[in-house]
Design a protein around this ligand. Structure first.
Ligand SMILES: Nc1ncnc2c1ncn2[C@@H]1O[C@H](COP(=O)(O)OP(=O)(O)OP(=O)(O)O)[C@@H](O)[C@H]1O
Length: 281
């Protein structure tokens, strides 16, 4: 199967579509590749990835398991180093962006400290940073409010549902009010009803805060519902095989999933995933 890119992966969104002018470039990756040297040989995780993410976009990475979605997110976050190509985050190298706390990162599992209550978990990065107590409480309360966890400050992680724990993780990732939020399949372990609810809340948070979000998911409906742009990746080594603009109305609710427009975008994502798949296994 020909796995060449279906579309220019660097497309700027709104302007080409006749919408609002595209924002400033926040992530700029060129010919990015990454190989891991393992005991079993070299693993090619990413190959020739070109990606532009602009301010205010909600960009999802979707692709089969093991295709390099998390690796790409980790390169952006300076948790992995690319072995080829170049990347900037807000105009600087990922290491610099990390030092400047330009992004917040939400992991697949909530990773809250069990001996600290919700408030103490959310204030932890600010405490390590050395912020005074009054300011860090103010920041944490505002962020807990944003994820609808006001009133749960004194609860411990084990007293919360999985969805609430992940919301607390999001509040913690917002500690330094970063412009960029990197989310690695944050709702993957949750049941569908909870995931739906959190998707609606995340969309609201995105609209209220105007963050740029990069989001990893396996779910086509989740990607279409949340995103302004969907990046479809091939099986390993992860390459970008399609970039799809989603111009669903900003004030959408879950009912939009029944509309022809939504289904047409979901169809194109599915086609992209099929085109990139070798069907060898
Ligand atoms: N530190 C590492 N050392 C060696 N191989 C690695 C390492 N991290 C990831 N890989 C390999 O790189 C490939 C891409 O992994 P990655 O976790 O980025 O995929 P993914 O698309 O996020 O998968 P999933 O959807 O299952 O989470 C996989 O084959 C994985 O086994």
């Amino acid at each position: 199967m020909d796995a060449s890119p279906l579309r220019d992966p660097t497309i700027g969104t709104g302007a080409a579509a006749g919408g609002p002018a595209p924002g400033r470039v926040v992530i700029d990756a060129r010919a990015l590749s990454l190989t891991f040297d393992t005991a079993d040989g070299v693993v090619h995780a990413l190959s020739d990835v070109d990606l532009t993410v602009r301010e205010g976009e909600f960009v999802s990475f979707i692709g089969p398991s093991g295709c390099g979605k998390t690796t790409l997110l980790r390169v952006i976050a300076d948790l992995e180093r690319a072995t080829g190509g170049s990347i900037t985050v807000d105009g600087v190298a990922p290491a610099e962006a990390r030092t400047q706390r330009l992004y917040g990162y939400v992991f697949q599992a909530p990773a809250l400290l069990p001996w600290r209550n919700v408030l103490a978990n959310v204030t932890l990065p600010l405490e390590i940073f050395g912020m005074d107590k009054a300011s860090r409480l103010e920041h944490a309360r505002r962020n807990l409010d944003l994820v609808n966890l006001a009133g749960f400050e004194k609860k411990f992680p084990w007293q919360l549902s999985g969805g609430m724990q992940q919301r607390a993780s999001i509040a913690r990732a917002l500690s330094f009010d970063p412009k960029l939020l990197l989310m690695d399949e944050p709702f993957g372990a949750l049941d569908e009803i909870v995931r739906d609810k959190l998707n609606e809340q995340l969309l609201k948070l995105w609209a209220e805060t105007a963050k740029t979000v990069v989001f990893v998911t396996h779910s086509i409906p989740e990607a279409v519902f949340l995103s302004t742009k969907i990046v479809v990746m091939s099986p390993r080594p992860g390459r970008i095989i399609d970039v799809i603009d989603c111009d669903l109305p900003a004030d959408r609710t879950l009912e939009i999933r029944e509309t022809a427009q939504f289904l047409a975008i979901a169809h194109r994502v599915r086609e992209g995933l099929r085109a990139g798949h070798s069907y060898d296994d």
